[in-house]
Design a binder for this molecule. Structure first.
Ligand code: COA
Ligand code: AMP
Length: 634
């Protein structure tokens, strides 16, 4: 697969950004409607490492909704809700979106929600989830969306940290063969959290309505219907738009903060530059609003650019079959589809010859973008052969909100080299560093880092935790943001992202902390010590495996303890952790001072070469680990 014919445009644009970063972003900022123009493009003296567009005032919801109505796009579909889970397909025009969002904002304002207040959103993949986010943006309130696959304790941790004035939720989510009753989870989370919201709006879904808690809950749709249309509230460019919690190395999630100005500029710019789409095009990110991909490319990016965004409540397989992605793409005229490699692997497994794809007219689909985890070359090549369209891998993180590296249809650079995450996006100076912070030669693996400042939309800090932000990301390599990923940059500038350097694993495109799972396992009365590692899985990329050492005299059998551990992780973290297996081992590899050698375990699990650490207390244990981990791989 070669780069697109016009790849020179990419090189020129990247060079133009390098020569004049502020000029590049000043130009991009022209794509946004400002209530007051920024005083500066970037001010290095503000915040932890500088702030983008200080002095500027804008409203993100105005840019995503109202201005398109004013420009004559009112009748165009803004959101196409396609739900094989309920059999519903509905289009919400920009005009309808404006009406509904302004009334919902009015309902929230009536509850006392205003600029700077936090609102937690715990909702399934329904249009009301996007409405909720936009209504907060309209008021200058800060939303924090929590993924539906998390358990009550995880939701509680986010409520406790964000201290929301209100929570917007639904009576249920729908998983294949299972209704996920949200209300008991919400009630349990509120009970667990020391902070209590003043009010909740609950969307009653006909599939499983719930009883509302008097004095606290209101019916979402009734409140919306009664809401007085609320205008957009201009906020500072540097004001927070949202907090999105993501897995860190400990059980305490990190509150990634996104500002209004930089986010709007970068996301709007990315639609054309990265994906090559613009106003009127249909864009589909097959993700969930609970993840960053959902924030950036189901809601904000496509709407800021005046696209039609598909919001899909279903799975790649089983709803009803492995042709679902192709059916949705064909039926709605999707121009660019964005999915996780794991979803493509699931489709490939069920329909390797593409028989289901052949039933659909995909002539309007121009490219498939992949992200969320490393894509194995086989899967990228399979999709490319089948679709006969560019299959473009791009690498990014919750922290950045948009691609760090990738292919850029808008700049003529596509498709990609299978296995590589593409070239650095204009805005990012990506380097591979050794432990001392020196750049490693091209082609050698190092820690992937980005020279400061990070471009607009990337986290300016963590929610109310500047010190944790510095410690987690800036201290390892002074002057750089440490991505936590390891990889190499080749002679031509392609970046190959290989693995994480910390305790984060990627399960079916979902980012999870092994540290958080270890905290759960360690709380079992029969567990003396434990480690959780991600082992290779041919469908999900990685799955967590618990290695546990039992206390002497544990009364229960190993199988029973393993079952209890799986149930505990599901109960405390959620089904999304997909923790199914714990194996009892005689001991864990440790240093002589008693520290578990997690990095060595990770290398064994990744099938990488490793050096036996000189500090290990008992090298023979590594053989047992290798055998256990190899046996667990699928
Ligand atoms: N609410 C409640 N539960 C959820 C959920 C949600 N929003 N999302 C997932 N879960 C549950 C699932 O029902 C499943 O529960 P189970 O243990 O009772 O079966 C569990 O969490 C694990 O889900 P998942 O990892 O999705 O595995 P799966 O076997 O159900 O499906 C795939 C496998 C590959 C089809 C699926 O993982 C997938 O579509 N992945 C793509 C992920 C994606 O798009 N990520 C976006 C990042 S870009
Ligand atoms: P998240 O914050 O959930 O988006 O997860 C970010 C992490 O997923 C990154 O740090 C990588 O480890 C991994 N990741 C995302 N996209 C890619 C990609 N295209 N290639 C390799 N790894 C990726």
């Amino acid at each position: 697969m070669n780069a697109g014919a016009g790849a020179q445009r990419y090189e020129e644009t990247y060079a133009a950004w390098q020569r004049d970063p502020e000029g590049f972003w000043a130009e991009a900022a022209r794509g946004i409607a400002w209530e007051r123009a920024p005083e500066r493009v970037f001010d290095p003296s503000l915040g932890v490492y500088g702030r983008w567009f200080p002095g500027g005032r804008l409203n993100t919801c105005f840019n995503a909704v109202d201005r398109h109505v004013a420009a004559g796009r009112g009748e165009q579909a803004a959101i196409l809700y396609d739900s094989p889970m309920t059999g519903r397909i509905e289009a919400l025009s920009y005009a309808a979106l404006q009406r509904r969002v302004s009334k919902l904002a009015g309902a929230l304002a009536a509850l006392g929600v205003g600029r700077g207040d936090r609102v937690v959103i715990y909702m399934p993949m329904v249009p009301e989830a996007a409405l909720a986010m936009l209504a907060c943006a309209r008021l200058g309130a800060i939303h924090s969306v929590v993924f539906g696959g998390f358990a009550a304790a995880e939701l509680a941790a986010r409520i406790a940290d964000a201290k929301p004035k209100a929570i917007l939720s639904a009576s249920c989510g729908l998983e294949p063969g299972r209704v996920v009753a949200y209300k008991p989870l919400l009630d349990a989370a509120i009970a667990l959290s020391p902070h209590k919201p003043e009010a909740c709006l609950i969307l009653q879904r006909p599939e499983h309505p719930c009883a509302l808690t008097p004095g606290r809950d209101r019916d979402f749709l009734e409140a919306e219907a009664e809401g007085a249309p609320h205008p957009c509230v201009p906020v500072e460019a540097t004001d927070p738009l949202y907090i999105l919690y993501t897995s860190g190395t400990t059980g305490k999630p990190k509150g990634i903060l996104r500002d209004n100005g930089g986010h709007a500029v970068a996301l709007h710019n990315s639609m054309g530059m990265v994906y090559g789409v613009g106003a009127g095009d249909v864009f589909w990110a097959a993700s969930d609003v609970g993840w960053v991909v959902g924030h950036s490319y189901i809601v904000y990016g496509p709407l800021l650019a005046g696209c039609t965004s598909v919001l899909y409540e279903g799975k790649p397989v089983g709803t009803p079959d492995a042709g679902a992605f192709w059916r949705v793409s064909a039926q709605h005229g999707v121009k660019v589809l964005f999915a996780a490699p794991t979803a493509i692997r699931a489709i490939k497994k069920e329909d390797p010859q593409g028989a289901l794809l052949a039933r659909h007219d995909l002539s309007r689909l121009e490219a498939l973008y992949l992200a969320g985890e490393r894509c194995d070359p086989d899967t990228a090549i399979w999709a490319h052969k089948l679709l006969n369209k560019p299959v473009v891998d791009h690498w990014w993180q919750t922290e950045t909100g948009w691609a760090i590296t990738g292919g850029f249809r808008g700049l003529g650079l596509f498709p990609m080299r299978p296995g590589s995450g593409g070239k650095a996006a204009p805005g990012y100076a990506v380097v591979a560093l050794d432990e001392a912070g020196r750049e490693v030669p091209r082609g050698q693996i190092g820690s992937l880092a980005v020279r400061l400042p990070l471009p607009p939309s990337c986290l300016p800090t963590l929610w109310q935790a500047d010190d944790r932000f510095r410690e987690s990301y800036l201290e390892a390599f002074p002057g750089h943001y440490n991505t936590g990923d390891a990889g190499m940059i080749d002679e031509e500038g392609y970046v190959w992202v290989m693995s994480r350097t910390d305790d984060i694993i990627n399960v079916a495109g979902h980012r999870l902390s092994t540290g958080a799972m270890e905290e759960v396992l360690a709380s079992h009365p029969d567990v003396a010590e434990c480690a959780v590692v991600g082992v290779k899985d041919s469908l999900k990329g990685q799955v967590p495996l618990g290695l546990v050492v039992l206390k002497a005299g544990a009364a229960k059998g190993e199988a029973e303890i393993a079952r209890e551990l799986a149930a505990m992780v599901r109960e405390r973290i959620g089904p999304v952790a997909a923790f199914r297996e714990a194996r009892v081992v005689s001991r864990l590899p440790k240093t002589r001072s008693g520290k578990i050698l997690r990095a060595t375990l990770r290398k064994i699990a990744d099938g990488e070469d490793y050096v036996v650490p000189p500090t290990i207390d008992d090298p023979a244990i590594l053989e047992e680990m290798e055998a256990t981990l190899r046996a667990a791989m699928r």
